[in-house]
Design a protein around this ligand. Structure first.
Ligand code: HEM
Length: 453
């Protein structure tokens, strides 16, 4: 495929043009990137270096590889890169005015208020609220061969979302209606037909958005009045020192977005951990011993830092399978990345999934080796953006401590109740066409342990 330049740099500037092998207009390498993101990224890096371009999902897209380029884009010093126009292309109609889709001053205003829903005091309350629901959810698992871990974890985190995020008692039918709408809204983002044809994903997503809006709107007055220990109440109450608060509409938009931001990401992290712990039983035993040694059936906030092995496995799993595989941005003015000219209007993507596999930054990147995050080794310290599953800069994941808490709390309780394994030669078929997930649901042999805690 021929090499083409994205655009000529302005005359007299010392900037270099971005090169690429873009392929057919609109289609380009989309299929290859989806099927084999690692191979394509390596090939492009070897041919063009950190900054290259191609057609991706119907857009001219500049892909920036490696932590230095990631830092330039995410730190965004001269405010050249915007989230809204880039993310809206994928999820705009369904996650309208979610905080990740806001930019610059407006984003900062919302972020300051939202921060109040993620204080240590709030996090403690969320953790205490979720512990019993986790136990109940896990107790209902039925040990079997071919037990689909991914499907069960997805259901568990969805049920937790109803408790900890909404704090609303729902009967099963209502919970299924709201959860179903939520799932349709998330799926719509990966629709191939990107306009509303009745019965297809996009159309279902639009309908689902309406269901969710009505649900949160109708529950909002009671939430504002009664408060609570859930995220919905926290967003209603959140207030900055300057007295800024969210409007009713803001609360609804942020709730719908937060559910989405939290759900699949946490499920993918837990599933990846379950996969590697099944493939590496010595690590599973090590984690189980750590949990048993704690001598408590559930984790409290104070215990989180002492779960050192779970922490290392979580970090390594987030490196190997970054739940948000790529971060898109749109250049809102002419700018540059590592000396390359980026014209206004260009879509720029930071591919976290493949960045975590660069042998330039990670020794033996394909290997599951949680010890690389141990105090003595800290391989992630090679660059601030070498390990960045939570992104960076102004939009860095606001829920990262929440995620750590939830993952550790679930894994601790899981390790105390069950052992799981896969045949030695099993390799999971990872689907990378959307957010990464196992095509087969990750079937394991699940056994209940005699003594829990
Ligand atoms: C392991 C789990 C998680 C991962 C890997 C993850 C990853 C990310 C990433 C990469 C971003 C930045 C997107 C960008 O810059 O374009 C982000 C943003 C965000 N995440 Fe998470 N996330 C996780 C869990 C959560 C949870 C549990 C919550 C809520 C409780 C949450 C709420 C958010 C929100 C609200 C934003 C937007 C922040 C902003 O734009 O200011 N995330 N997340």
């Amino acid at each position: 495929m021929g090499t083409r330049l994205l655009a000529a740099p302005p005359e007299g500037s010392e900037l270099k043009p971005v090169r690429g092998a873009p392929g057919l207009p609109y289609i380009g390498n989309t299929l290859q990137v989806m099927r084999n993101p690692f191979g394509v990224a390596r090939e492009r890096y070897d041919q063009f270096g950190e900054v290259s371009w191609g057609w991706l999902l119907g857009q001219r897209t500049v892909t920036v590889q490696g932590p230095e380029a990631a830092e330039t884009v995410l730190i965004n010093r001269d405010k050249a890169f915007a989230n809204g126009p880039a993310w809206s292309y994928f999820i705009g109609p369904f996650f309208y005015r979610g905080i990740m889709l806001l930019d610059f001053e407006e984003h900062l205003h919302h972020r300051r208020i939202m921060q109040q829903a993620f204080t240590q005091k709030r996090l403690r309350a969320y953790l205490d609220a979720m512990a019993p629901s986790i136990g109940k959810g896990l107790d209902a698992w039925e040990p079997a061969r071919g037990f689909k871990v991914y499907d069960h974890l997805k259901q568990l985190t969805l049920d937790l979302a109803t408790d900890v995020f909404m704090g609303i008692e729902l009967d099963r039918a209502e919970a299924d209606r709201v959860n179903g709408a939520f799932i349709d809204a998330v799926r719509a983002g990966t629709a191939y037909v990107r306009f509303p044809v009745p019965g297809l994903r996009w159309h279902k997503g639009m309908k689902a958005r309406k269901v969710l809006e009505e649900f949160f709107k109708s529950n909002l007055p009671a939430k504002r009045r009664d408060g609570g220990d859930d995220l919905f109440a926290a967003l209603c109450e959140a207030q900055t020192d300057d007295g800024d608060r969210f409007t009713d509409e803001d609360v609804v938009n942020h709730m719908i977005f937060a559910l989405m931001a939290a759900h699949d990401t946490t499920t993918i992290t837990l599933t990846t951990m379950a996969y590697y712990l099944a493939k590496h039983p010595e690590w599973q035993e090590r984690l189980r011993e750590e949990s048993q040694a704690l001598g408590k059936p559930v984790l409290s906030f104070e215990d989180l830092d002492s779960m050192v092995s779970i922490d290392m496995v979580m970090k390594e799993s987030l490196r190997l399978v970054s739940p948000v595989p790529a971060l898109p941005r749109r250049a809102v003015k002419d700018t540059s990345i590592l000396g390359y000219h980026i014209p206004a209007g260009t879509t720029v993507v930071v591919p976290q999934l493949t960045n975590h596999y660069m042998s330039e930054w990670w020794p033996d990147p394909e290997k599951f080796d949680p010890g690389r995050f141990s105090g003595e080794r800290r391989e992630d310290k090679v660059h601030k953006y070498a390990w960045s599953p939570f992104g960076g800069g102004a939009h860095k994941c606001i829920g990262l401590h929440f995620a750590g808490m939830q993952v550790k709390s679930i894994l601790h309780q899981l390790l105390l109740r069950y052992r799981w394994s896969v045949p030695a030669r099993y390799e999971w078929p990872l689907d990378t066409t959307s957010l990464p997930s196992p095509k087969d649901g990750l079937p394991v042999r699940l056994e209940r342990l005699e003594n829990t805690a």
